[in-house]
Design a protein around this ligand. Sequence first.
Ligand code: GRG
Length: 288
Amino acid sequence: MIAKAKVVNLALDKAVPLQHPVKIREAMRYSLLAGGKRVRPALCLAACELVGGDEETAMPAACAVEMIHTMSLIHDDLPCMDNDDLRRGKPTNHKVYGEDTAVLAGDALLSFSFEHIARETKGVPADRVLRVICFLGKAVGSEGLVAGQIVDIASEGDSSVGLETLEYVHIHKTAALLEASVVIGAIIGGANEEEIDRLGRYARYVGLLFQVVDDILDVTKSSAELGKTAGKDLLADKATYPKLLGLERSKEFAQNLTVKAKEQLSIFDQLKAAPLLGLADYIANRQN
Ligand code: GRG
């Protein structure tokens, strides 16, 4: 993860140089280079390498998924959405550059991500690049991230939200981009249909796992902090797995998802699949 994050950071820095008009480029770079675990690019590169491709070929696509992830965070933090002041330990984009520029920085990152794949992916047949662009577009738009976000907004404060809606939100808001990251890496690397299918299912399990772990961490972290602070219930108006299933069953669910994710990789050489197997464990055991 650390090695992959380093090369991805260098590639992102190079992909979005500071140029005229400086204000928008600064705002794009501010959020893009603000840290972050780089899970999505790491998944993209690892999937490409697993099916026999090399890191360099998938790097433009890996950068693109991080650009899309970053723009979704910029927009998610806006006053009209979650209205957050901090992201990745720094003031949010709109707090630094203003709402107008933050909206535009998100828009610019989104459109540039597709341009970057189309322009910079080298040595891959054009039909594969086209498939990558289609898959990614679908994962981000109103059948993917945007669908998850709109259903999430609509369910805010609704105490009748159940497991089905919760899963819909997570599959679209989080798993869709993780799935796209893995699948486009695999397509670029020359995977066959069964490999693409297995890797897609692996990523959907990992995506859901990501959110279940997030919900568990919210509970365990906020209760650990309760002793120190007045501690308000951070999850008061939001459906979460611990709320709907209880903490213990949520932990069991997370364990099952980890097992299922790893099972999808059984068709691959286990040594070559080690990075993706490890990534599933990393996400299951992460502490932030
Ligand atoms: C995509 C066109 C378009 C618009 C955006 C606002 C929005 C629509 C969607 C919200 C998407 C969102 C914020 C999903 C949550 C994703 C998530 C799990 C974020 C945290 O990811 P980490 O932990 O973060 O990988 P770092 O900072 O490590 O990258």
